[in-house]
Design a protein around this ligand. Structure first.
Ligand code: NCD
Length: 311
């Protein structure tokens, strides 16, 4: 398969055909991972640098694992130990990494657009691992793969994304991907946490959880991203849980086989109740993490091939 761009900066520029092809390749990597085998020839001799200016557990480790399973040399740069904390600018850091002949650069940054800026300055293929409130494309791809494995398709499904939509790059990338693939997307949350005008993306807005979850095939809970909030957007975490926390009573109005998802990290008792999060008959939260490795292997594989073709 080929991608239209050298980089993966967002879902925005992907065609549904590209999304399906990436998911198919990721599915084959999911099976390979379950068999315990690796494909170290795919990225042998290539260097992958994980450049994380923001905290991460799942995303960073899964890119590391993905790179290693495909045979790349993987370097993790966390910013507090690098020269960035000594005042080096993003672009100076980019120039340094470029001089090291890095092939694949995975970037997480608090500023929306930082990976796109880096992509203009380095020779490596840049992968956006989350930029501010903008996009987190590999999360949307792994969510889509998890859904597709259970429901067979994304088309025609009703998907409720709940909670802090306003500050969530996960919500934004998921909305773009799911609408492109023919899902019906609902966003559910208090008015303060839903951006005005979001309907223009093709989603429907609900402020009542029971209305928003009614007959949904998928219910996705999101963390309250307090680090990105400028003021009191919710009265208290306790009150938020009462109205918007995903618990068994609210989930009961969704379809009987509705799946529960969460990108992590979870705040139990705030946006999701432990009973629901740990219910293995409904929750696919662990499978999302597993699919994260497979999706990142597919993305690294395709971008390395795209780069080779353009060389
Ligand atoms: C998300 C992120 O960083 O955007 N986490 C993740 O990558 N799995 C969601 C979050 O931080 O709440």
């Amino acid at each position: 398969m080929r991608l239209p761009t050298r980089h993966l900066l967002g879902i925005e520029n992907l065609h549904p055909r590209d999304i399906s092809a990436l998911l198919d390749l990721a599915e084959s990597y999911a099976l390979l991972n379950r068999s315990g085998k690796t494909r170290r020839d795919v990225l042998r001799g290539r260097t992958l640098i994980n450049l994380f200016f923001e905290d991460s557990t799942r995303t960073r480790t899964s890119f590391e694992l993905a790179g290693k399973r495909l045979g790349a040399d993987v370097i993790n740069m966390s910013v507090s130990t690098s020269s960035v904390s000594k005042g080096e600018t993003l672009l100076d850091t980019a120039a340094t990494l470029n001089a090291m002949n890095c092939d694949l650069l995975v970037v997480r940054h608090k500023a929306s657009g930082a990976p796109a800026l880096l992509a203009q300055k380095v020779d490596a293929a840049v992968i956006n691992a989350g930029d501010g409130m903008h996009e987190h494309p590999t999360q949307a791809l792994l969510d889509a793969l998890t859904i597709r494995r259970h429901k067979g398709t994304l088309e025609g499904l009703t998907i409720a994304i709940c909670g802090d939509i306003a500050h969530s790059r996960v919500a934004r990338s998921n909305i773009l991907l799911l609408i492109a693939m023919g899902s019906q997307v609902r966003v559910v949350g208090p008015p303060t946490l839903i951006p005005s005008g979001i309907e223009q993306f093709g989603v429907s807005v609900f402020h009542d959880m029971r209305e928003g979850l009614r007959d949904a095939d998928i219910v996705m809970a999101l963390r309250l991203q307090t680090e990105r909030m400028s003021g009191g957007m919710i009265p208290s975490a306790r009150e938020f849980f009462t109205f918007y926390g995903l618990d068994a009573a609210k989930l009961a109005v969704a379809k009987p086989d509705a799946l529960v998802m969460h990108p992590g990290p979870m705040n139990r008792g705030v946006e999701i109740d432990s009973q629901v999060a740990d219910d293995m008959t409904r929750s696919v939260i662990r499978e999302q993490v597993e699919m994260g490795v497979a999706v990142r292997m597919a993305v690294l594989d395709v971008l390395a091939r795209t780069a080779l073709r353009n060389a």
